[in-house]
Design a protein around this ligand. Structure first.
Ligand SMILES: [Zn+2]
Length: 343
């Protein structure tokens, strides 16, 4: 715990955003990894993580913008999966022009959490562990556990809320979506403020950053958009504007951002539709498309177009993700559908 710990305890009392705004930490120097950042300052810190087998020291790059006026402390994290790059760019565009004088409260940005995975263009750590299953971690555990524990201690431990940025896994693409615990009133209000096209209620997964933060009473949004190892302009823009809308809602920023976004759709159930045979997948639906019950999503056939099997949606809803790879084995995930009762 830290100086802000006391303020955090009352965030999830059901009063929603007003409580979060009102419980802003008093302005005082913030110390991260032994470096103090004074109010009104912006600083880039390199937190040492580990020494590579080559002897090179690897460090976690962090930018801190510490406003002069008291306000919430927000962390932004990206590339917890090392090949998910949209969030890195979202953070760059958002943080670069931001001055401490424009900010009420504090922004802590970690654009590349899984520095090992980024180097390897891989989702995982060198030992094939998934960092987002290693939280809250341990400073004496595996590499994943150590990195997770470092992030919890040096970043999350200072914050009142967080936004974790992801894309789909390799060979898949996601429609911009917020995954969060919509049963938590504060988290729900923040998710709506973000303004992504769809909100997906997601019970926290074991070992995720979101779960570890939630256990400390810190509301966390997970933004998913685009695909691994690609920049996607729409996904980046929607993500940047969403974060800005959250910050404006919390009175951290005053900016002109498109506020007239449609009210997000909400769902509690999503389903991957899978290939009933192997072959080449011919997709006929697109991201964000509304689907009727039994609507055709495409077909799988052999290389000559024979032995064709139509794939239909067993639920009404919306396409929130799909495979990008036409080559499929039986059972492979093809289309991710959010179930919507009003479709
Ligand atoms: Zn991810």
């Amino acid at each position: 715990m830290n100086d802000n710990g006391k303020a955090r305890e009352v965030i999830n009392d059901g009063q929603g955003l007003e409580t979060l705004i009102a419980t802003a930490a008093p302005v005082q120097p913030l110390t991260i990894a032994g470096t103090s950042i004074f109010p009104g300052k912006r600083l880039k810190i390199e937190i040492p993580v580990a020494r590579l087998p080559t002897g090179t020291t690897l460090s976690l790059p962090v930018t801190v913008i510490h406003g002069k006026e008291a306000g919430p402390c927000l962390w932004l994290s990206a590339a917890i999966h090392g090949d998910e790059l949209n969030g890195v760019e979202i953070i760059r565009r958002l943080v670069n022009p931001l001055k401490p004088s424009q900010l009420r409260g504090t922004l802590i940005a970690v654009p590349v959490v899984n520095i090992f995975g980024l180097l390897e263009q891989s989702r995982y750590l060198p030992d094939r562990r998934d960092l987002n299953r290693a939280f809250p971690g341990s400073l004496r555990g595996s590499l994943a556990a150590r990195l997770a524990a470092l992030l919890m201690r040096e970043i999350v431990g200072h914050c009142h809320l967080g936004i974790d940025l992801h894309t789909a896994a390799i060979h898949r693409i996601n429609w911009p979506q917020i995954r969060a615990d919509l049963d938590d009133l504060t988290t729900y209000a923040l998710a709506k403020a973000f303004g992504a096209p769809i909100l997906i209620h997601s019970g926290v997964r074991d070992g995720s950053l979101r779960q570890a933060a939630a256990q400390r009473g810190i509301p966390t949004l997970l933004y998913e958009a685009g695909e691994a190892l690609r920049f996607d302009e729409m996904a980046i823009q929607r993500g940047m504007e969403g974060i800005q809308r959250v910050m404006i809602t919390l009175k951290m920023l005053q900016l002109d951002v498109p506020n007239s976004v449609p009210v997000p759709l909400e769902t509690r159930t999503t389903k991957w539709i899978r290939a009933s045979r192997g072959g080449l997948w011919h997709r006929e639906v697109h991201l964000g498309q509304r689907l009727m019950l039994r609507q055709r999503l495409g077909f799988v056939a052999d290389a000559f177009g024979d032995h064709r099997v139509e794939i239909r949606s067993p639920v009404a809803g919306m396409v929130i993700g799909h495979s990008q790879n036409p080559l499929v084995h039986q059972g492979d995930a093809l289309v991710h559908v959010a179930q919507l009762t009003d479709s």
